[in-house]
Design a protein around this ligand. Structure first.
Ligand code: GUN
Ligand code: ZN
Length: 427
């Protein structure tokens, strides 16, 4: 067992932030040998229960749950900042050419290691990530994530039409490869597999049907895709699947809406779509920096809440412009404020932070496992420095309450705030 003394942030069952100015986090193995939070709370109240346990003094720092990125593309690490006239030209001119290199295992592993270093530097301890259509790209990132002991989810992209040579796969083989990868990787240590149709326009109905069959056969595997990101894409999906009620409805028609199914963007949905997401337990990966960069639109938080849909935050790198959860939370705040195309609202700092930690875990079906620092959670956590820059030091020392402290970090913070990222296995 080991303990850490610092200010502490975690969340209660009602999504509210809980803060201890002088806290203690006690970490140790559970009955299965997993490194978990054993106790957490006020230092003076807890310390007497742990005589003989080594305490690392991190006074002045803030310990917080590791961030969860609900949607990111590791093979697009080098695509960040590629300009294009919206989603479809961006895919054709930048993304597909980059992704076509990931049949090379050596290239895939080099990018995978860089990507995982970047997640750690930014305080992201779990991600649901796209690989590419090449099985070698999946093996590369799983091997790299396993070496680091991460709780990590990925899958081979399915795209058997409307895709150029080099990334297009073959219907039957793509499904055989997917099943083999599920059997090789799902449930190995902390790794999980996600069935990954890129988006409806680049899959034939046969491929989507096969993906839906696998989603039914392997019910604890994840499903990930994109939906309703961009109006040109929405029109294209409607032309290709005229019998479906809506773009989201295409996925429903093929059995791809269920618990542990996560769809990036979910911007151009209607009420019936949002209710379908809620009824099926399907959740949204809100990707605000990507939506701003590609000019896609604005996620409607109030409509999502009215329908009872689950959601959490995501970087969507390389459409997204930053790996930093602080940048993503700030962009989410701005997207929420937008009040010209929908009703605007002010998300509180606690809500923003929750959406990137405990809320993201809930939306992934990993509630109680990661994303929080309550007893029993896997001990992935961050040591944050609230005085990492002169302006942050000035602002955070003036903070009169938790909201002001968290908001200063959200607005002014980035990777410089993340002093240490601790993964449960490497205590
Ligand atoms: N839709 C289909 N593929 C992609 C992708 O790689 N990025 C984004 N943002 N949207 C997509
Ligand atoms: Zn994406």
């Amino acid at each position: 067992m080991k303990a850490y003394r610092a200010a502490l942030l975690r969340f209660d069952d009602d999504q509210r932030p809980v803060y201890d100015a002088d806290g203690l986090l006690v970490v140790g193995p559970d009955a299965q040998g997993r490194q978990v939070v054993r106790a957490v709370g006020d230092h003076a109240r807890l310390i007497g229960n742990y005589p003989g346990v080594a305490v690392e003094d991190l006074s002045g720092m803030l310990i917080a749950p590791g961030f969860i990125d609900m949607h990111v593309h590791y093979p697009q690490t080098d695509v960040i900042g590629a300009p294009a006239a919206g989603l479809l030209p961006w895919l054709e001119n930048y993304t597909f050419p980059h992704e076509s290199r990931f049949h090379e295992a050596h290239h895939a592993r080099e990018v995978a290691d860089f990507f995982l270093d970047e997640l750690a530097r930014n305080g992201v301890t779990t991600a649901l990530t796209f690989a590419t259509s090449h099985p070698a790209s999946v093996d590369a990132i799983f091997e790299a994530a396993r070496t680091r002991g991460l709780r990590f989810i990925t899958g081979k992209v399915l795209q058997d039409r409307h895709s150029p040579d080099g990334v297009r796969d073959e219907t039957e083989q793509s499904l055989i490869d997917t099943e083999a990868l599920i059997q090789r990787w799902h449930g190995v240590e902390r790794l999980g597999y996600a069935i990954t149709p890129r988006f409806a326009p680049t899959s034939t109905p046969e491929q989507l049907r096969g993906a839906g069959d696998l989603a039914a056969k392997y019910s604890d595997v994840w499903v990930q895709s994109h939906v309703a990101e961009n109006l040109d894409e929405v029109r294209w999906a409607a032309e290709l699947f005229p019998k479906s009620r809506s773009y989201l409805g295409v996925y429903g028609d093929f059995g791809l809406l269920r618990q542990r199914a996560v769809y990036a963007h979910c911007i151009h949905l209607d009420k019936a779509d949002r209710e379908l997401m809620a009824a099926t337990g399907t959740t949204a990966a809100v990707s605000p920096t990507s939506n701003q960069f590609l000019g896609s639109g604005f996620f409607d938080y109030l409509a999502a809440d009215a329908a009872g849909m689950g959601y959490g935050l995501a970087s969507d790198v390389g459409g997204g412009t930053s790996f930093s959860p602080f940048r993503t939370m700030l962009a989410a705040y701005c997207i929420g404020r937008e009040g010209q195309t929908k009703q605007g609202l002010s998300l509180t700092p606690g809500q923003l932070w929750w959406q990137h930690t405990a809320g993201a875990a809930r939306a992934l079906g990993l509630e109680g496992v990661v994303g929080n620092l309550q007893p029993g959670h896997e001990a992935d956590f961050l040591v944050l420095n609230p005085k990492a820059t002169p302006l942050l030091a000035r602002k955070t020392s003036q903070a009169d309450n938790l909201d002001e402290l968290l908001f200063a970090l959200i607005v002014l913070g980035d990777d410089r705030v993340v002093k240490r990222t601790v993964i449960a296995r490497n205590l």
